[in-house]
Design a protein around this ligand. Structure first.
Ligand code: SF4
Ligand code: SF4
Length: 185
């Protein structure tokens, strides 16, 4: 089976009724212009994902890290003049990636980190374990992050004070019981 047929059948499997349409992409870039992940990550461009799909680079995409940058907000799908959905194409690529390389991608690391955090603290994402490597962020985003912390300080807010408050012990014990009983851990 050809790569693009495999992706299309995967989309069918997932009950996504619109064909991802990567062959009718005109590379206009509206998807990239509306993509929040493209603002954050220098190595992520929805238009380029579509270009690479059209060029048949499925293996590279499935093996790479870019497909894990997407936040599945569907801004790209809402704005595409050709009714494409980069988000759906990425879902299909992710599904292929998880089937082929179950132990070798970023999502497994993120999953392990979320599970560990949830069991130990009752929260899934903690500032101390946030997996957003600064070196991957675009220059503009890096600058904005630093500006935002300075603004927060000027307004008298301490960074992440709410998150510094631990979950009450009883509640944490209940969370752990639930996780154990449901086979989460
Ligand atoms: S908005 Fe649609 S047509 Fe334009 S580059 Fe993105 S996928 Fe292609
Ligand atoms: S769904 Fe993914 S690719 Fe599309 S705009 Fe949102 S983050 Fe970008």
């Amino acid at each position: 089976m050809q790569d693009h047929d495999r992706i299309s059948s995967k989309l069918d499997d997932m009950k996504i009724d619109s064909y991802s349409g990567f062959q009718k992409c005109i590379q206009c870039g509206r998807c990239s212009a509306s993509c929040p992940a493209a603002l954050i990550y220098e190595d992520f461009t929805p238009r380029d994902i579509m270009r690479r799909l059209m060029m048949g680079e499925v293996e590279n995409l499935v093996a790479g890290n870019e497909i894990w940058r997407c936040g599945q907000c569907f801004s790209c799908a809402a704005r595409c003049p050709r009714d494409n959905s980069v988000a759906n194409a990425i879902l299909a690529l992710r599904s292929q990636s998880l089937q082929r390389m179950p132990l070798n991608n970023e999502i497994r690391q993120i999953e392990a980190s979320l599970k560990k955090n949830l069991y130990e603290t009752g929260e899934t994402i903690l500032p101390s374990t946030l997996l957003l490597p600064l070196e991957n962020l675009g220059g503009r985003t890096r600058e904005r992050c630093f500006d935002n912390s300075k603004r927060k300080e000027r307004l008298g807010y301490a960074g992440d004070t709410a998150r510094a408050t631990p979950l009450p012990k009883d509640a944490l014990i209940e969370v752990r019981i639930l996780l154990e009983k449901t086979g989460f851990r």
